[in-house]
Design a protein around this ligand. Structure first.
Ligand SMILES: Cc1cc2nc3c(=O)[nH]c(=O)nc-3n(C[C@H](O)[C@H](O)[C@H](O)COP(=O)(O)OP(=O)(O)OC[C@H]3O[C@@H](n4cnc5c(N)ncnc54)[C@H](O)[C@@H]3O)c2cc1C
Length: 508
C-alpha cells in the first residue's frame, strides 16, 4: 500500500472514478472493499488516519449484541450474529472467539441469562461460535479469578467475537488497494463538486504535502461517522443535524484485574448500563459509558465522571479493586447515532444503520456498528449502483478473505527479522514499525503508535517513553529531517492528550 503511488493516481485527471468515498473508518473502508472487489473504480479519502476517529475506539467486540435481545430486536441481533460468523471466517487472524461470563449474584440470574443466551446461540444458527453453559461458583471463579466471590451463585458462560479494530481497518484498506482501489489517509475533502445540481466529484487536500486534488466520480458516498452532518452541509447548505453523537470511554488496566482470559459481561449495572471487562493484548479493557450532548471532535477526551463511574463499578465486581493510579491508558469514542426523528420517506432508517440519497445524489451511510460494516457496505454499494447508473455486479464480500486477516499474518510476511523491542513493556519490535511504514501507510508517529501498533491504547507511559526511539526509526525509514521530526512531536502531543486521564485525576 504505497501512498505516493496512490496520490499520483488521485491527481491524474484522466482517472474517472465510479465511486468516491469520503471517510476511512469502518463504514467507508467497508464500502471501499465492497466496491473495489466488484470491480468498480474506487477512491477513498480519509482526512486523518484510517480509523483515527470512532473506529479505533470501540470495545473491540464482534458481537450480536446480547442486550438488544432484551429490547426484542431479534432481527438486528440475527444480522449481527451472521456478520460475526462471516468475519470469524474471513479474517481469522484478526477476529477471534472470546468466552464471556455473566456472573450471577441473585439465585435466579443463571437461569434467566442462561435462557437468553441459549436463544442468542440459536439465532446464530450454523454461524455460531460455541454453546452457552451454566457455571457453578467455583467454575466461575476459575474462569475469572479476580471476580468478587462474596454473594456469587455462579455464572453463565457464552461466546462472542473479539478483534483489533484499527488493525482490521488497515486490513480493509490493504484489501481495497489489492482489488485496484485508491485509498489514502490524511487527505481531507474540502468541498463537493456539483454539475447541474448533481454531485459529480470532490475537492480534497493532502494534509501532509498540501497538494489539492479534484476528483470526478459517478457517485460520491458520505461515510464520515459523527462528521456526517458537515459533509451533508457541503451538499445541502444549512440542514438540521442527523447525528446525535454519544461518547463512550474505556479504561485500560493490567490483566491481573481479571486474572484469566475470560471476559466479564455485566448486563445491567445499577443504573441499567452494560459493562464489559475484556482481556485484550495482555491488558484488560473496561467500558463503556454513554454520555450525550458532546461536541463532535476527532480526539474526544474522557470526562472525569466517566472515569469515576468505571473505577467505581470495577470495584463492585472485582476482589482486588483498581484505583486511578492503576490506569494504563484511557480512550474515548463518539457513537454516530442517527436521530430517530429525522427518518424521512426517502430514507431507509433502522436501529442498525441509515442509508439515504440527497436531491443532488450524495449517498450517505451512517450509524450501525463495526460488526455490521460488511452488510452496511453491501447496502451502500447496491444503492450507489442505482444512483450512479453503474453496471450491476454482485457483491463478493460474503466470502472475501481480508488481506492481512489470515491466521499468522500480517507482520510475519513482512518482518525483516529485526526484533529490537520498542519498549520492554510493549509487545512490538522494530520490524513492526518498519512494516507499518512500508506496508500499512503509517506516515505519522501517531499513526504508528496508536493504530498500526496499539502502544498508546495499551500503556501511554510506555508509548511515550518509546516515542523518540520510534520517531528516530521513522525519520530514517522515511528519509525525513529534523524539522519533520519536530512537527511529528507536536502532532503526537496533541493526540496524546486524548489517551490520558483528565488533569484532576492524573497522578502528577
Ligand atoms: C465507545 C464505543 C464502543 C463501541 N464498541 C463497539 C463494539 O465493540 N463492536 C461494534 O461492532 N461496534 C462498536 N462501536 C460502534 C463502532 O465503533 C462504530 O459504529 C464505527 O466505528 C463507526 O464507523 P464510521 O466509519 O461510521 O465512523 P468513523 O470511525 O468516525 O469514521 C469516519 C471517518 O470520516 C473521516 N472524515 C470526516 N470528515 C472528512 C472529510 N471531510 N474528508 C475526509 N474524511 C473525513 C473521519 O476522520 C473519520 O475517520 C462502538 C462505538 C463506541 C463509540
Amino acid at each position: 500500500m504505497n501512498r505516493t503511488e496512490i496520490l499520483a493516481r488521485l491527481s491524474d485527471p484522466s482517472e474517472d472514478w465510479d465511486v468516491i468515498i469520503i471517510g476511512g473508518g469502518a463504514t467507508g473502508l467497508g464500502i471501499a472493499v465492497d466496491a473495489a472487489s466488484r470491480g468498480y473504480r474506487t477512491a477513498l479519502l480519509e482526512q486523518a488516519d484510517f480509523a483515527e476517529s470512532t473506529s479505533s475506539k470501540s470495545t473491540k467486540l464482534i458481537h450480536g449484541g446480547v442486550r438488544y435481545l432484551r429490547g426484542g430486536e431479534v432481527g438486528l441481533v440475527r444480522e449481527s450474529l451472521r456478520e460475526r460468523g462471516r468475519l470469524l471466517r474471513n479474517a481469522p487472524g484478526l477476529v477471534e472467539p472470546l468466552p464471556f461470563v455473566v456472573p450471577a449474584y441473585r439465585w435466579y440470574e443463571r437461569f434467566f441469562y442462561g435462557s437468553g443466551l441459549t436463544l442468542y446461540d440459536l439465532l446464530a444458527g450454523d454461524l455460531g461460535v460455541r454453546s452457552t453453559g451454566h457455571l457453578s461458583q467455583s467454575e466461575t471463579l476459575s474462569q475469572i479469578p479476580n471476580l468478587r466471590s462474596q454473594g456469587l451463585y455462579g455464572g453463565t458462560l457464552y461466546w462472542d467475537g473479539q478483534f483489533d479494530d484499527a488493525r482490521l481497518a488497515v486490513a480493509m484498506a490493504r484489501t481495497a488497494v489489492e482489488h485496484g482501489g485508491a485509498v489514502a489517509n490524511h487527505v481531507r475533502v474540502e468541498e463537493l463538486v456539483k454539475e447541474s445540481g448533481r454531485v459529480t466529484g470532490v475537492v480534497a487536500t493532502d494534509q501532509i504535502g498540501g497538494e489539492t486534488f479534484r476528483l470526478a466520480g459517478k457517485v460520491v458516498i458520505n461515510a464520515t461517522g459523527v462528521f456526517t452532518d458537515s459533509v451533508r452541509r457541503m451538499d445541502e447548505g444549512e440542514v438540521g443535524d442527523l447525528i446525535a453523537p454519544s461518547q463512550g470511554i474505556h479504561i485500560v488496566l493490567d490483566q491481573k484485574f481479571l486474572g484469566g482470559d475470560t471476559a466479564i459481561m455485566i448486563p445491567s449495572t445499577d443504573d441499567g448500563r452494560v459493562l464489559f471487562a475484556i482481556p485484550w493484548k495482555g491488558k484488560m479493557l473496561l467500558g463503556t459509558t454513554d454520555t450525550g450532548d458532546v461536541p463532535v471532535e476527532l480526539h474526544p477526551r474522557p470526562l472525569e465522571e466517566e472515569v469515576d463511574y468505571l473505577i467505581d463499578h470495577a470495584g463492585r465486581y472485582l476482589a482486588e479493586k483498581p484505583t486511578l493510579s492503576d490506569i494504563r491508558s484511557t480512550f474515548a469514542g463518539l457513537r454516530p447515532l442517527v436521530k430517530p426523528s429525522d427518518s424521512q420517506q426517502t430514507s431507509k432508517i433502522s436501529r442498525s444503520h441509515y442509508l439515504s440519497v440527497s436531491d443532488s445524489a450524495l449517498v450517505t451511510m451512517a450509524g450501525g456498528k463495526w460488526t455490521t460494516y460488511r452488510q452496511m457496505a453491501e447496502d451502500a454499494v447496491d444503492r450507489a449502483i442505482e444512483v450512479g447508473e453503474l453496471e450491476t455486479r454482485p457483491c463478493l464480500t460474503h466470502d472475501l478473505t481480508l488481506l492481512g486477516g489470515e491466521k499468522g499474518s500480517p507482520d510475519e510476511s513482512v518482518s525483516d527479522g529485526d526484533v529490537e523491542p520498542v519498549d520492554p513493556d510493549l509487545p512490538y519490535t522494530k520490524s513492526d514499525i518498519r512494516a507499518a511504514i512500508r506496508e500499512e501507510m503509517g506516515v505519522a508517529l501517531a499513526d504508528v503508535l496508536c493504530r498500526r501498533t496499539r502502544a498508546m491504547f495499551l500503556d501511554t507511559e510506555a508509548a511515550l517513553r518509546s516515542s523518540e526511539k520510534v520517531l528516530g526509526w521513522m525519520t530514517e525509514e522515511l528519509k525525513e529531517d529534523a524539522s519533520w521530526a519536530e512537527s511529528q512531536r507536536e502532532d503526537f502531543k496533541k493526540e496524546l492528550a486524548s489517551y490520558i486521564l483528565p488533569t484532576s485525576q492524573s497522578p502528577s
